[in-house]
Design a protein around this ligand. Structure first.
Ligand code: B12
Length: 392
């Protein structure tokens, strides 16, 4: 044992930190330099072209995204982590779909807790005094930093790909006050080659060119992030998606052999096969209708990604899907919404859905005309009129 042991090299220290990250359960781990993301310019162009739609927080956080050191000046390295979430497709009882990840616990909570455990482990081992830790909701271009840290390769759908999980993994990060050696590029990275499956399959042509996704066309944006009404053409193209969309991930050949990790995030009773407690499209449309604010919705979807679009957004989505997949129960529920839903957004979406799936059914056309005559909300009335004008 030397009297004055050398401090561990930056490479050795990195490996010790990565070992701790694997120890708390992350599947993919790496270290990236802490500075501007390699795709900073692409992000700036994307914002300048308004591809972010109404996600104003992305524009507000632009400076920090372009150079995170402006927000966290003491950071030296960025620990990047990935957690697989592959699982079978989720069909709602009676029809309709939600993105697979939405069937279980919210990944923000799961990954934040794991990052908390990792922080404690790093402190305990005296490896670092870790700084802020993030998952998703931060001005940080996660995919770009993660790719730089060797976690995967960007696909034509913009999703980062891994050889084992394909696109089915989430990202998280932790700022470290240590100069760590960045992770070398992995030996084998997935690559799209000539494959264009995601571009071809996207129902709304949201992937405008390889690597570029126009969020304002993406079903995921319209069903999760966007508040308010959605263009009529996009409603039809949303097909069966009531929350999020997995089409670009499902068609990606790299995800084909990903393991079933349902147990990791659990499955809410509403999405258990055959149970459907509160998980049908009619439930999503009608639940919380008579509650004065979003409290009921928040309680019902506590710990679930489905909290995000609020009751109004979820009911709007369910109405749209009921228009794309018409059923008798759907017709009754939509007529009720037309009559008495407190949200003009939901009333307008219900109008569209009835016109889409039931216009020739007895009494439907009259019900829509009646609703239009008494609609007090200008934008909703305009939308309802446009619905009728398209089907004279
Ligand atoms: C805003 C956002 C959205 C928006 C916009 C998506 C988008 N493509 O920009 C909406 C709501 C549509 C969305 C949808 C989804 N999202 Co999202 N989203 C984000 C968020 C918060 C910011 C993304 C962002 O800044 N976009 C701006 C663009 C420019 O950045 P980017 O897409 O990361 O850019 C990469 C490529 O586009 C590429 N690029 C850009 N331009 C060009 C041009 C060329 C020529 C090339 C080659 C490449 C290229 O460079 C970037 C770095 O790799 C991140 C978390 C975060 N803080 O980063 C999660 C995140 C990207 N989302 C995630 C997920 C899981 C999804 C969905 C799969 C959810 C679902 N099932 O519905 C879909 C996938 C849609 C898709 N194909 O992108 C994961 C992705 C994990 C992974 N393995 O890639 C992230 C990282 C969240 C997380 N912490 O895990 N999302």
């Amino acid at each position: 044992m030397p009297l004055h042991p050398q401090p561990p090299s930056a490479e050795h220290l990195r490996d010790l930190v990565l070992e701790q990250a694997r120890g708390v359960g992350f599947d993919l781990v790496g270290v990236a330099p802490f500075g501007p993301p390699p795709d900073a310019e692409r992000f700036a162009t994307w914002i300048a072209e308004k591809r972010h739609g109404t996600m104003d927080y992305l524009e507000r956080g632009q400076d920090a995204t372009l150079d995170p050191r402006s927000q966290w000046p003491s950071g030296k390295s960025l620990l990047v982590v990935g957690l697989g979430h592959s699982r079978p497709a989720v069909e709602l009882p009676g029809g309709g779909r939600v993105a697979r990840y939405a069937a279980g616990r919210d990944y923000h909570n799961v990954i934040s807790k794991m990052l908390g455990r990792l922080r404690r482990a790093l402190l305990r081992e005296g490896l670092a005094s870790p700084g802020s830790a993030f998952v998703d909701a931060t001005p940080l271009l996660e995919r770009s930093h993660a790719a730089e840290g060797g976690l995967g390769a960007p696909s034509k759908a913009a999703n980062l790909l891994d050889v084992r999980y394909g696109p089915w993994f989430f990202l998280g990060e932790m700022i470290l006050d240590l100069d760590l050696e960045p992770t070398p590029a992995p030996g084998r990275v997935p690559s799209c080659g000539t494959c264009t499956a995601c571009i071809d399959a996207c129902p709304t042509d949201a992937i405008t060119s390889p690597g570029r996704v126009d969020a304002t066309r993406c079903i995921s944006y319209h069903t999760i992030e966007h508040r308010g009404l959605v263009g009529h053409d996009l409603r039809a193209q949303a097909g069966e998606w009531a929350f999020g969309c997995d089409v670009c991930s499902e068609v990606c050949p790299w995800g084909g052999k990903a393991p079933d990790l349902s147990a990791r995030f659990g499955t809410r009773p509403a999405f258990e096969d055959g149970a459907g407690e509160g998980g049908t499209l009619v439930d999503l449309l009608t639940e919380g209708r008579d509650e004065p604010n979003d409290e009921g919705h928040r309680a019902r979807w506590q710990g679930s990604p489905l909290r995000r679009p609020r009751r109004e957004g979820l009911a709007r989505n369910a109405a749209v899907v009921l228009g794309n997949l018409p059923t008798e129960a759907g017709r009754v529920a939509l007529l009720n919404s037309l009559d008495g839903d407190p949200s003009p957004i939901v009333r307008a979406a219900a109008t569209w859905a009835l016109a889409e799936g039931h216009l020739e059914d007895a009494g439907v056309r009259e019900a829509i005309s009646r609703a239009l005559r008494r609609e007090p909300h200008q934008e909703a009335a305009r939308d309802m009129r446009a619905t009728l004008d398209r089907r004279p």
